[in-house]
Design a protein around this ligand. Structure first.
Ligand SMILES: [Zn+2]
Ligand SMILES: [Zn+2]
Length: 131
């Protein structure tokens, strides 16, 4: 089960919902590939096909553009395979192309500037579970 959060800006009223974690149907990475962009999906399937014993780690994460402050929900995937090889998904901002940072701690949200108006007035308005 994953959690979903609604983030609200107390200054301008901006609000957006994000799903984080993994759903109960997403027991294997192969069941969750529809949440991965196509170019990364092709690479992941190549690795899984060549290395059926690879160790997989994946979940939806909240990510933030350090350049323009936009927030995104993205599927973070790490694979370990072969003797010492690894692959990790990387994401870039839809708006400006900068590499996204993980927001690993939800507590951090209240310290971030609003993606819309820049005020330090973000709060988690609602938290629920998704399957
Ligand atoms: Zn705002
Ligand atoms: Zn950006």
């Amino acid at each position: 089960m994953g959690i979903s959060i609604d983030i609200h800006c107390g200054a301008c009223g901006w609000e957006e919902g994000f799903r984080l974690g993994t759903g109960s149907a997403m027991t294997r990475l192969r069941n969750a590939l529809d949440l991965v962009p196509e170019d990364q999906r092709i690479r992941i399937l190549e690795i899984l096909d060549h290395h059926p014993d690879s160790a997989e780690d994946f979940e939806l994460r909240l990510m933030r553009c350090p350049a323009c402050g936009r927030l995104f929900e993205r599927m973070q995937v790490s694979l370990l395979y072969g003797r010492n090889d690894g692959w990790q998904s990387r994401y870039h901002c839809d708006g400006c192309g900068a590499a996204l940072d993980n927001v690993s701690d939800p507590e951090e949200i209240s310290t971030l500037p609003c993606p819309d108006c820049g005020s330090a007035a973000l709060q988690v308005a609602d938290t629920s579970f998704w399957d």
